[in-house]
Every structure is written in C-alpha cells, then in structure tokens.
Design a protein. Structure first.
Length: 454
C-alpha cells in the first residue's frame, strides 16, 4: 500500500462498520406488488443502486423491522455472490427516498455511522480498493463470492471527515460529466446497431424485384442438420473439433472455445464444413434464432452439431447473397414466425427452415447488392469501433479520477481538518460504549404505608 497524505489513515471496513449483516432468504419472491419489496441482486452495481429492481416477499413489515432487515438511507449494500467476478464486492449506497425495502441473502448490508457512506461506496469502486477485494474473492460451484468477514478485512484509505465530503462533492461533478458522455455513447451504439439492421433488411427488401424468382430455402440450396452429441462419442480414435451455437454469431464464427467428438471418417465426411457453408442457430433465445455466419476457413477442418443448421448454396445462389438473405430474415423477424418453444429454448426445425421463402435475383444482381451492402456495413463497423474506443476511454478516465480521489490528489488537503486518527478513535470509543451491557439502577423500595396513603 502506498503512503497516504497527512491526516489520512488506513482503516478496514470492519474498523468503521457498526453492523455487517447478510440479507434474508426468500424462496420465491413474486412479481405482484404484494408484501415487502425485496431487492434483486442485479439492483446493486458499483456506486449505483436501482431501488426499483425488486420482487416482493410474503413477509410483513413488522416482522422485518423486528429482525432489523429493512434498509435505511445511507446503508451500503455489497454483492455477496455472482457469476461475474466484477460484480462481487460491488458496493452501492441506499439513497434517501428509496422507501421501505429489504434485501436478499446474496447481498450484505453495512452500516457506517461515523463516516460518509458515499465516500466508502466510491472507495470500493476505486482501483486501489478493488484490487484488495479481488484478492479475497472465492469461487465455489461456478459462483464467485465474498464473505462478510473477508469484506470487513478489506482496507481503504480514510481521510478526515471534512475531506471525505469534499471528495464526494468533487467526484459527483467529475463522474456526472463522464456518465453523460457514456450515455451519449450508449445512444450512438444503439443507433448504429439499428442502422446495421436496417441496412441488411433494405438490401434485400428495398430492391426492385422485377424479374426476381422467389423459391423456398430448400430449392435455393441444400440444408442439413448437424450431428447429435452423445456421451459415447466423447472419446475415440477419430477425435475432431466441431462447431456449436456458442461458436456462431451474426456474420462471425468464433473459434476460441471448441469441443471435440469422435467422428469416424465416413461420418465426418457428411458433417465436415467447407468454405461458403452458412451455419445458423437451430436452438436459441427467440431474438437470436437463425443467427447466421459463413464458414470461410479450411475445408475439412471442422464438423458441426445438431444445434446448428447448414445451408450450402445451389448453383443459382452466391453464398454471400444467402448470408445476406438470412441476416434479413433474422432482423425482420421472419425466423421467429417459425419458432417452436421447448424447455424455454426456441427451435427452428430443418423442415420449417426449408419452407421459408428465398428471393433469387440474377447472379450479377446478387453480386452487386452484396458488394454495395458490404461497403455500407464496413463503414458502420468502423463507426462502431470508434464508439467502443470512446467507451473504453471513458472507463479509463473514470478509473483515473477514482484513483486520484483515493490517493489524495483530487481535492486539496486542509491542515485544520480533524485528522482521521481522531475519527477512528472516536468510532472505537463509541462502539465500545454501545457494546457494554446496560444496567438498570434500582432505587429504594417504596414504603407500603406511603403507597396506601397515596
């Protein structure tokens, strides 16, 4: 840990907290507004609490008040468990006006009566403190977690209380401007995404179709469903890599997470991919159903499973045109019309896929539309890259501001401020006094004769 400015001290969260308490367990909180609102774990993000992100428990306010399970303004909430390690130990402050709400057992509530809780919430978002949090995270059964005792041991830089308030005020100004830029970036990303979809749809729909043929997908090419996976084929003499839904994104095949299966030579020949094959998601969330990408790699290197459909273009169809048509069907909602839902997964069967309409202009028209559309999409991609770069710069700026704040460089120190050492001693004294048992002093017993006369 680096040196601190004059008047600052290192303190653990446990040094400052009067209460560190896990939330309550509610088996199945409901959506209907009946009972006490209970926050969802997704309500807590670094320095931000969404008090409207709730479900409803079947518990009474009186019972929760008796269990000290309702939140107060100024309380801090920490994420106790998450599949995303960046969110574990994330801290948000309960704002004034949040209302009477409780919190689940995947969150930890911390009360800090002697310090500025907004300062502590911001400190836990800083690079310095976040590094200490990451060091005590633990992974169990795919979930990353932090215990209350580990959280209490995390150290943070503590300035005088007056400087805490100056830092909070300065951060509000700096971070609000950064948040404004981030919001504008999000709007730009959404607009570019909408432009990409509109470009794809209009490339197919916005052309003069005079003289174009329209056939079924089955007539435009050959459709195959991939090989079914089976435990007996997880080992064997002919292990080959295969592609599945996790590898196929829109106009992109990702090869970073490959699985293998035993493919005897005759079976592999049936399912082997060659350049120009179009792969589409057969089973997915409805909005991603039929998400297509073209395989452009080495022939005979990969196979594919039955979570994917393969389209191999016929002689009258360019593979690039087929990809454009399928992207059009994805974004225009055409594939969703053929959805069948099983166990919460949408499926696009090969039979239904084959029956969907497929426009076939002359080959030279296909090539010209593909060329023009790709030029536009490439331009949009460059713009999206610029937006992503701006988002990364915004996050780096946020981290730099937070790093400066908790190294004592954001606001000037005032030598007349009460030092943090005095603040810590006062917190220890008040805690010790509060922990002493209260004794009831007994006075002299009343005189029965006096009671009778009264």
């Amino acid at each position: 840990m680096s040196d601190l400015p004059p008047g600052w001290e290192w303190a653990t969260l446990g040094d400052l907290a009067s209460s560190v308490k896990n939330g309550i367990y509610v088996s199945r909180p409901g959506r209907e507004p009946v009972g006490v609102p209970i926050l969802r774990i997704s309500a807590v993000r670094p320095m931000r609490l969404d008090s409207q992100d709730v479900r409803y428990s079947n518990l009474s306010f009186a019972k929760l008040e008796g269990q000290d399970a309702l939140l107060n303004p100024g309380d801090l909430l920490f994420t106790r468990y998450s599949g995303n390690p960046d969110y574990v130990g994330a801290c948000a402050r309960v704002p004034t006006g949040a209302g009477s709400i409780t919190y689940p057992d995947k969150l930890i509530r911390v009360r800090l009566p002697g310090v500025d809780s907004q300062y502590v919430a911001a400190a836990f978002a800083s690079p310095q403190v976040r590094k200490s949090v990451n060091a005590v995270l633990r992974t169990t059964a795919g979930q990353v977690g932090i215990s209350g005792s580990a959280l209490k041991a995390v150290r943070l830089p503590l300035p005088p209380i007056a400087e805490q308030k100056r830092i909070v005020a300065a951060l509000e100004g700096h971070l609000s401007r950064i948040d404004g830029g981030v919001g504008a970036i999000a709007v730009a990303k959404a607009r570019l995404n909408a432009l990409r979809k509109r470009t794809v749809i209009e490339a197919v729909d916005g052309q003069a179709r005079h003289g174009w043929d329209e056939v079924s997908i089955a007539e435009a090419g050959v459709v195959d469903l991939g090989r079914q996976r089976h435990p007996d084929w997880h080992e064997g003499a002919n292990m080959r890599p295969y592609l599945r839904v996790a590898n196929v994104f829109e106009d992109e095949i990702r090869l970073g997470d490959l699985k293998e299966m035993d493919f005897p030579p005759d079976i592999f020949a049936k399912f082997a991919l060659r350049s120009g094959d179009i792969l589409l998601n057969e089973g997915q969330s409805p909005e991603y159903l039929g998400r297509p990408a073209m395989y452009r790699g080495e022939p005979g290197r990969f196979a594919f499973t039955n979570s994917l459909l393969r389209f191999r273009a016929g002689p009258e169809v360019l593979p690039e045109w087929a990809l454009l048509v399928f992207r059009r069907h994805l974004h225009a909602g055409r594939f969703v019309k053929e959805v069948r839902i099983t166990t919460n997964i949408a499926h696009l069967s090969a039979a239904r896929f084959k029956s969907i309409e497929f426009p076939v202009p002359p080959i030279e028209v296909q090539a010209e539309i593909v060329k023009r559309t790709q030029e536009t999409l490439d331009m949009i991609t460059r713009m999206v890259s610029g937006v992503h770069a701006a988002a990364r710069r915004g996050e780096r700026l946020r981290q730099a501001v937070l790093a400066d704040a908790f190294a004592g460089r954001l606001v000037p120190q005032d030598p007349t401020d009460e030092p943090a050492s005095v603040l810590l001693e006062r917190i220890r004294t008040e805690r010790a006094a509060a922990s002493k048992p209260t004794r009831t002093r007994r006075g002299p017993r009343p005189d029965p004769a006096q009671e009778a006369l009264s």
